[in-house]
Write a protein that binds this ligand. Structure first.
Ligand code: UD1
Ligand code: UDP
Length: 373
């Protein structure tokens, strides 16, 4: 078997290559790609194909002004080892052919980890957008991916001050770390006037008051016993208020098998495109979720967010936002409070997190441009 060559430094091109593969990557990459384009930087978008359904992938390119991927590796689904191995093989070929000047990776998905590993071994510099987040829960695949990616990255772009602290604690050289704000919030603010709740309400025939739910973490959706318990709890909540839930493909079969849609006030939808989904969140009385990005978006939209997890890598959404960690037994009581106008009771809602101002993409582009000269 051939041994993979490392790249001599002089072979590097000026091209910046973005690695995207899963739904949240697209939302984070859009403002970075746009800001680098403003500066005239040569760039390419490599889609790994980790997510591939139109509603998990292509819709974001159509809606967010992202350029069509220059290549789609078509890796698809599999076990962690199968998927990560296929990602690495495809990315290695691509990187050797392109010889990029920088590889940019986003968030904490398997595509992110695979790209960072391959680039590091080829001696291609890596920039990690959304570095330093920590749940301190190594049972989450994302926590493994984040920790390794940060160690391999030459530039770590952090969304919050505590992320900078985590990187420092892990011995990451401060010179590599830049607090830049949150590109996912850049995207939200850039499209704010497209989130028209009244139009969505009439198009989807939404009730006047409703909750939005979205769940996809393995800890919530992979074990049928846990799914059955969550379904019973959501049905209890739905006795009092309608629930609208765009269902992530990971949990669809389990939620259907457990009869989630059998309650007359639970409405299950296909995953929504970004504009419809954020509009659905904006119009909701509250959100029940385990999504990372949704904890951040609700913080800016001021919508109460009940996060069905024992921890969060985004504590800034609790201290500076509307987020609260909950167990399922708390849901009926908390939802009743919110519907009664009592907010989340005890959670103080202060200013939005620092630098979540719509300019993160430009800050990232400025740092990268200075590295590329
Ligand atoms: C992945 C990320 C997770 C992120 C989530 C965002 C990892 C380890 N996990 O989880 O951090 O929060 O994306 O949504 O990278 N599937 C489809 N169609 C698709 C994509 C997936 O049907 O377009 C189904 C397949 O059955 C697949 C399953 O969803 O096996 C899981 O997909 P995968 O990409 O492995 O992980 P996610 O749970 O989506
Ligand atoms: N999202 C979407 N449609 C949906 C559910 C989520 O467009 O049906 C968006 C959401 O607004 C956020 C991103 O997808 O911008 C978050 O992705 P996800 O929850 O899949 O991943 P996580 O953030 O948990 O990694």
């Amino acid at each position: 078997m051939a041994s993979a060559p490392s790249r001599p430094a002089e072979a590097a091109t000026a091209e910046v290559v973005h690695i995207v593969g899963a739904r949240p990557n697209f939302v984070k990459a859009a403002p970075v790609v746009a800001a680098l384009a403003e500066r005239g930087v040569q760039q390419a978008v490599v889609h790994t194909g980790q997510h591939y359904d139109d509603r998990m992938s292509a819709v974001f390119f159509r809606e967010l002004g992202l350029p069509r991927p220059d290549v789609d590796l078509g890796v698809g689904s599999g076990s962690h080892a199968e998927q990560t191995a296929a990602l690495m093989v495809g990315l290695e070929r691509e990187f050797i052919e392109r010889s990029p000047g920088f590889v940019i990776v986003y968030g904490d998905v398997n595509s992110t980890l695979a790209a960072a590993l391959v680039a590091a071994k080829l001696h291609i510099p890596v920039a990690h957008v959304e570095a330093g987040l920590r749940s301190f829960d190594m049972t989450m695949p994302e926590e493994v991916n984040r920790r390794v990616t940060d160690q391999l990255s030459d530039l770590c772009f952090a969304t919050s001050p505590e992320a900078v602290g985590h990187l420092a604690n892990e011995g990451v050289d401060v010179e590599r770390v830049h607090l830049v704000g949150n590109p996912m919030i850049d995207t939200l603010l850039a499209h704010l006037d497209r989130f028209d709740v009244d139009a969505l309400r009439s198009r989807l025939d939404l009730p006047g008051t409703y909750l939005t739910a979205t769940l996809h973490r393995p800890a919530n959706v992979d074990d049928p016993a846990i799914v059955a318990r969550l379904v019973a709890r959501l049905h209890e909540v739905a006795d009092d208020v309608d629930i609208v839930m765009p269902v992530h493909p990971r949990g669809r079969a389990a939620f259907e098998a457990a009869g989630l849609g059998r309650h007359e006030r639970v409405r299950l939808l296909e995953p929504l495109g970004y504009i419809d989904f954020v509009t659905l969140v904006r119009g909701a009385a509250a959100v029940v979720t385990d999504s990372g990005g949704v904890q951040e978006e609700t913080t800016i939209l001021g919508v109460p967010c009940l996060t069905l997890r024992p921890n969060t890598e985004r504590p800034v959404t609790i201290t500076h936002g509307t987020n609260r960690l909950v167990v399922d037994s708390e849901l009926p009581g908390l939802v009743a409070k919110i519907l009664a106008g009592d907010g989340l009771g005890g959670t103080s809602i202060s200013d939005v997190p620092p630098l979540w101002d719509g300019q993160a993409g430009r800050r990232i582009a400025a740092v990268l441009a200075s590295e590329l000269v």
